[in-house]
Design a binder for this molecule. Structure first.
Ligand SMILES: [Mn+2]
Length: 431
């Protein structure tokens, strides 16, 4: 099907034409530098061109905190407008070809039509996300006592049925993963029995697991705190792994960068989960103090690189079908969400490219020799390489923009949408 892309290809091409010569110069220069290190720049570029990361439908809107959300004019207010904005990100960046939908936020009456609408925009669908962390209008049982781990059996059943409905919607959209994150937990010591709440969660989650179609996976996303501030039922990768192991082979863990205590060694968690065939997905973002959901690579790009270093190691040593679902998961509180997703996609692809530059033989040799300094230098040499010409060249060759932000701003997309779309209301808005 011929895609009907949202932006003018001519405009992108003419902007690219102006930057083509400088990019070629930088790319060739980097190519010479890498050749001296025994690396073929075109091979790295081909790997970057083959890389992709999903964007969440809700990421196309402004996020907020529990205090406030400050919407911008021209924000999307329904799944159709969200898809259009995600298509802009894909057209310019060329590495975000799939959208991860969220229900009930993205509910429509005809999912076959929605799938077609996305395909016409050059998009497919990634993991389906269920939502049992807030109540919806007309909902019979409140999640104020929790969802899958609620003490109320009817509430647990409602949460199970919602997840099964998400699987059914996902089947129609062409998804193959269900991501389950629950806000269940407590705010007071003693509020719930820590053991029995996990028992209830596991019993309910097993009912969802039993409904998984062939070829589907259930991804458990852990989160240390918020909305529960004393204890979360699936608080960390330990709880997540134990739950995934209890539920079965089709259940994997999903690591969200921001869902850990400050300074936790997340790259090691990646390695551990992979070692047991339980790494099912990764959510990219960044944080300074807690689960800030800041833009990927904006605070700690070195950590992002180290995570990708483990993902590349994992890919080279596959166990139990290494095929993690990658997604950007951030809250865009002060930027145009499209610009944040463009900038983040570039940061993520760059971290992947740097991880590909690591001299694995040198690294492994130094590790075997217990040469800490040279092992570190193998990583350092890759990390300090400016890979932006590789990422930009891969993008331009795929029809994207050399300078994604300049191309987006020149397109006037948001100003046009501000005329066409209805305004978003004020209010609190945790994404
Ligand atoms: Mn997440």
């Amino acid at each position: 099907m011929a895609a009907t892309l949202p932006l003018s290809s001519d405009q992108i091409e003419s902007l690219n034409a102006a930057g083509q010569e400088a990019l070629r110069d930088d790319y060739d220069s980097l190519g010479r530098q890498l050749r001296r290190r025994g690396i073929d720049v075109d091979r790295i570029k081909a790997r970057v061109a083959g890389f992709s990361v999903a964007v969440p439908s809700w990421g196309s809107g402004r996020g907020g905190t529990r205090f406030a959300k400050f919407p911008i004019a021209g924000e999307p207010t329904n799944i159709h407008e969200k898809l259009a904005d995600c298509a802009v990100v894909q057209q310019l960046s060329t590495i975000t070809p799939r959208v991860s939908p969220h229900f009930p936020w993205d509910k429509v009456s005809d999912y076959a039509a929605l799938r077609e609408e996305a395909a016409e925009l050059g998009l497919g669908f990634d993991a389906v996300n269920s939502n049992t962390f807030q109540d919806q209008p007309g909902q019979v049982h409140s999640y104020n006592t929790g969802s899958l781990a609620s003490t109320d059996s009817a509430t647990r059943q409602q949460a199970v049925e919602h997840n099964i409905e998400c699987i059914e919607i996902g089947r129609q959209l062409g998804s193959r993963d269900l991501t389950v994150w629950v806000g269940d937990g407590t705010n007071f010591p003693g509020q719930q029995d820590l053991g029995r709440s996990l028992d209830r969660y596991l019993e309910a989650a097993a009912q969802i697991y039993a409904a998984l179609p062939d070829g589907w996976r259930m991804l458990l996303e852990h989160k240390m705190y918020e909305p529960a501030f004393y204890s979360s039922v699936i608080s960390d990768w330990g709880s997540s792994t134990l739950a995934a192991q209890t539920l079965g082979d089709k259940c994997k863990c999903l690591v969200d960068l921001g869902h850990h205590a400050p300074n936790v060694n997340i790259e090691q968690i990646v390695a551990r989960l992979h070692a047991f065939g339980k790494l099912g997905g990764f959510h990219f973002n960044d944080s300074k103090y807690g689960d800030d959901d800041l833009d990927s690579g904006s605070i700690n790009p070195h950590q992002l690189f180290l995570v990708f270093n483990e993902l590349v190691e994992a890919e080279l040593n596959p166990r139990d079908g290494f095929d993690p679902a990658y997604m950007i998961d951030q809250s865009h509180n002060v930027t145009d969400p499209i610009e944040s997703m463009l900038s983040s996609a570039e940061a993520i692809a760059g971290a992947f490219a740097k991880a590909l530059l690591v001299d694995r033989d040198a690294l492994h040799q130094a590790q075997n020799d217990n040469d800490a300094m040279m092992a570190f230098q193998a990583l350092r040499a890759a990390y300090r390489t400016d890979v932006s010409p590789i990422v930009a060249m891969a993008r331009a060759e795929a029809g994207g923009a050399i300078d994604v932000l300049a191309a987006y701003r020149q397109s006037g997309w948001r100003a046009r949408k501000a005329q066409e779309r209805r305004p978003v209301g004020l209010g609190a808005g945790i994404v």
